[in-house]
Design a protein around this ligand. Structure first.
Ligand code: ARG
Length: 462
C-alpha cells in the first residue's frame, strides 16, 4: 500500500483519488454532525463483540475508552477532520487508531459503514423527533395560554377570508392546538416505527461472526433489531417519515404565520406582535414588520423541498446500499434545523402577542356576520323551510347593504316588509355575543364548549 491510497480501503489501489473524486465522495463536511451517534454505536458494538468473545475485554476496553477521548476532542473543537478520510466513520476510526493503536483496527469486525451510517442516522433522526415533540408542546402551551386569556372574546370567523359567522378568540386558538397535537402525534408515530436497530446487518447480508444484535439494539435504546439485513442498510423511510411529519407541521405553521401577517396589519389590527418578534424598515420610520411570521410562512419551502429531494434520491435505488444514499443527510439536517427554528419563532410570537379585544369585537359585528342566526331564527320560530329562510335573510342583507347599516340596525317595519311574521324577538339573535353563545354543539364556538376544550388540553399539557 502506498501512502497515497486510502488507509481504510486502499489495499487494492495503486493510486489515490483525484481531487474531484475526493470532493464528490467526501461527506465529512456534513456528517460530522453524527459524531456522537457514531461513537455511541461503536461503543455498543465493541462491548457486544467482547461479550460474545469476538474481541478481548482489554481490546474492547481500550476501544471504548479511546472513543470517549475522540468524542471529547470533537466536542471541544480540537479534532482535526480530514476530507481524505471521507466521512465521520473513518475520521473517528483513524483517530482512534492514533490514540489506542492496534485494537482500533479490530472495531470494524462484523460491521460495515452501511449498517453504521444507517444506525447513526436513525439515532440522530430519533433525537430530532423528540426535539420536535418538545417544540410542538411548547407551541401548544403558548396557544393554550392565548386561548385562556380570551376564551370568550368574539371575533369574525371567515370562510374564503370573507366574514362568515362570529367565533371566539379561544376557539380560533384551540383550532391550532388540535392541529399541532396531530403533528406531535405524527412525530411520535414515526419515532416508534423507526426505533429498530440496523446495527449488525453489516454490509448487506449479515455476518458470520456470532454477534448479538439484541444487545446492541438495547444498548442504543432501540426496541429491537431490524429483521432483514438488506432492508436495514438500504431503506431511509424513517427519515422520509420524519420529513413528512415536518412538512405537514410546517404547513400548519405557515397557515398560522399567514394569519399573523394579516392580523397584525393596520387594516385588521386583530393582534399586536411584540417588538421582540418584529423588525423595522430602514426607509419607512412608521413600519413594524412581521418578518418572523413571514419567514415561518416561507420555511415550508425548504422543508417540503427536502422531503421531495430525499424521495427523489431514493426512488430508483436497487437494494441494498448505494452511494446515492449519502445525499440523504444534508437535506434532513437542513429541514430539521429550519423546522425547529420556525417552531421556536412561532412559539415566541404567539407567547408575546397581544390580541386586541376591541378590534376583534368590532370586526365580529361587521359584514352581516349574524345572517345565519337570522335564518336559523326564521326556521325555529316561524317554521320556515331553511331554503326560504335563507332567501328572506338574503333580501334583508341586501336591504341593510342599501341603507349602509348592519342587520341589527334595521327596524322591525323593515323586517316585516320582507316577512310579516318577524317579531321584535329576532333582535335577540342578531348580536354577536348571542350568536356565539348559541353554537353549543360539540366542538362549536360557544364559550361553554371552548372552556371544555381548554380544560381538556390544560390537563394534558399541565
Ligand atoms: N458516508 C457514507 C454515507 O453517508 C457512509 C456509508 C459508506 N458506505 C460505503 N459502502 N461506501 O452514506
Amino acid at each position: 500500500m502506498t501512502d497515497k491510497t486510502n488507509t481504510m480501503w486502499g489495499g487494492r489501489f495503486a493510486a489515490g483519488p483525484d481531487a474531484i473524486m475526493e470532493a464528490i465522495n467526501a461527506s465529512i463536511g456534513f456528517d460530522k454532525r453524527l459524531a456522537a451517534q457514531d461513537i455511541a454505536g461503536s461503543r455498543a458494538h465493541a462491548a457486544m463483540l467482547a461479550a460474545q468473545g469476538i474481541l478481548t475485554d482489554s481490546d474492547a476496553d481500550a476501544i471504548r475508552e479511546g472513543l470517549l477521548t475522540v468524542l471529547s476532542e470533537i466536542e471541544t473543537g480540537t479534532f482535526a477532520f480530514s476530507t481524505a478520510l471521507e466521512d465521520i466513520h473513518m475520521n473517528v476510526e483513524a483517530r482512534l487508531k492514533e490514540i489506542v493503536g492496534e485494537p482500533a483496527g479490530r472495531l470494524h469486525t462484523a460491521r460495515s459503514r452501511n449498517d453504521q451510517v444507517a444506525t447513526d442516522f436513525r439515532l440522530w433522526v430519533r433525537d430530532q423527533a423528540d426535539v420536535a415533540e418538545a417544540g410542538l408542546t411548547a407551541l401548544m402551551q403558548a396557544l393554550l395560554a392565548q386561548a385562556e386569556a380570551g376564551a370568550d372574546w368574539v371575533m369574525p370567523g371567515f370562510t374564503h377570508l370573507q366574514t362568515a359567522q362570529p367565533v371566539t378568540w379561544g376557539h380560533h386558538m384551540m383550532a391550532y392546538v388540535e392541529m399541532f397535537a396531530r403533528d406531535r402525534g405524527r412525530f411520535r408515530d414515526a419515532r416508534a416505527r423507526m426505533n429498530e436497530s440496523p446495527l449488525g446487518a453489516a454490509a448487506l447480508a449479515g455476518t458470520s461472526f456470532p454477534i448479538d444484535r439484541d444487545a446492541t439494539a438495547a444498548a442504543l435504546g432501540f426496541d429491537r433489531p431490524m429483521a432483514n439485513s438488506l432492508d436495514a442498510v438500504s431503506d431511509r423511510d424513517f427519515a422520509l417519515e420524519f420529513l413528512s411529519a415536518a412538512t405537514i407541521s410546517a404547513m400548519h405553521l405557515s397557515r398560522l404565520a399567514e394569519e399573523l401577517v394579516i392580523w397584525s396589519s393596520a387594516q385588521f389590527r386583530f393582534v399586536t406582535l411584540s417588538d421582540r418578534f418584529s423588525t423595522g424598515s430602514s426607509i419607512m420610520p412608521q413600519k413594524k414588520n412581521p418578518d418572523a411570521a413571514e419567514l415561518v410562512r416561507a420555511k415550508i419551502g425548504r422543508i417540503l423541498g427536502a422531503n421531495v429531494g430525499l424521495l427523489t434520491v431514493m426512488k430508483g435505488l436497487p437494494l441494498a446500499y448505494s452511494k446515492d444514499m449519502q445525499e440523504d443527510k444534508e437535506q434532513v439536517f437542513d429541514a430539521a434545523d429550519n423546522f425547529m427554528l420556525a417552531l421556536a419563532a412561532m412559539t415566541g410570537m404567539v407567547g408575546d402577542m397581544t390580541a386586541n379585544r376591541d378590534a376583534l369585537k368590532a370586526a365580529a359585528a361587521s359584514g352581516f356576520s349574524t345572517a345565519t342566526d337570522l335564518a336559523d331564527w326564521l326556521v325555529r320560530e316561524l317554521n320556515l323551510p331553511f331554503r326560504d329562510a335563507h332567501h328572506v335573510t338574503g333580501t334583508l342583507v341586501a336591504m341593510a347593504e342599501d341603507k349602509g347599516c348592519d342587520l341589527p340596525d334595521l327596524s322591525l317595519a323593515d323586517m316585516q316588509s320582507v316577512h310579516d311574521g318577524i317579531t321584535n324577538a329576532v333582535f335577540d339573535v342578531l348580536g354577536v355575543e348571542n350568536s356565539v353563545q348559541s353554537r353549543t354543539s360539540y366542538g362549536g364556538t360557544a364559550p361553554e364548549q371552548v372552556h371544555a376544550q381548554i380544560a381538556r388540553w390544560r390537563e394534558d399539557l399541565g
